[in-house]
Ligand binder design. Structure first.
Ligand SMILES: Nc1nc2c(c(=O)[nH]1)N[C@H]1C(S)=C(S)[C@@H](COP(=O)(O)O)O[C@H]1N2
Ligand SMILES: [Mo]
Length: 217
């Protein structure tokens, strides 16, 4: 941030104010990203917060070497770079995450549809579940039909800002209508299977269906 500011000031000094057409490009290259806190009249919760309940804390995923793998019961296993994933059509939606601990947060998520991603991998007829594996060893599974029919997305941005090591870079699953423990962060691998699968919290007694209770909606 300070570095960008100094570079910006140096450019201004060296190049002068420059032609008007250059200004937006320089702003785009050097300017800080602005967080969206209100979307279509809805107030959003903040991107940054001190609270963290993840099993191993923040994770550093190297954007250079990272590949999102899609494996298991698929005709065409995938290993896509961050840019390749984001070349798919983008979608944004405001959704509330409800954790079993009792708190909730309303955020603007932007990402790609699981349907578009899975169309590339072509699930085999027997595939019924997708296990989401994360960089911290966490995992959770959801029915393939739910992911496809509900238009579920894998988010790369929250409130207009790119996910970071705390928020779940590169991707967080936006498991609408499901409790927070289904919203896998730091997603690095999808595994399609014909079996039932219990994730990290599910193995410890939490419901595999994980519906958001009606009184919390
Ligand atoms: N990889 C990973 N994903 C995870 C977790 C975790 O520990 N590791 N915790 C889950 C739980 S219990 C909740 S409530 C949400 C919190 O998501 P948030 O940080 O976006 O609020 O992340 C979920 N995804
Ligand atoms: Mo949670």
């Amino acid at each position: 941030m300070t570095g960008r500011l100094i570079i910006g000031l140096m450019l201004t000094f060296l190049l002068g104010p420059g032609p008007a057409w250059l200004a937006p490009a320089l702003v785009a290259a050097a300017g800080p990203e602005i967080e969206v806190r209100e979307y279509k009249g809805q107030k959003l919760d903040p991107f940054d917060r001190a609270y963290d309940n993840s099993i191993k804390g923040p994770q550093e995923v190297d954007p250079g070497t990272f590949r999102l793998k899609v494996e298991g019961l698929v005709d065409k296993p995938l290993a896509l770079s961050y840019e390749e994933v984001l070349a798919l059509p983008r979608q944004e939606k405001v959704i509330v995450l409800h954790c079993v601990e009792g708190w909730s947060e309303k955020l603007l998520f932007e990402g790609v549809r699981l349907k578009d991603l899975l169309d590339l991998a072509r699930p085999k007829p027997g595939a019924v579940k997708v296990i989401f594996w994360a960089a911290d060893g966490y995992s959770s599974a959801l029915p393939l039909s739910y992911l496809l029919e509900r238009g579920i997305i894998l988010a790369a941005r929250i409130n207009g800002l790119k996910l970071d090591s705390r928020r779940g870079f590169p991707f967080q699953l936006v498991a609408e209508d499901k409790l927070g423990y289904k919203w896998v962060k730091w997603v690095v691998r999808l595994e399609l299977t014909d079996k039932d699968y219990q994730g990290f919290w599910e193995q410890r007694g939490y419901s595999n269906e994980a519906p958001v209770p009606a009184d919390r909606k």
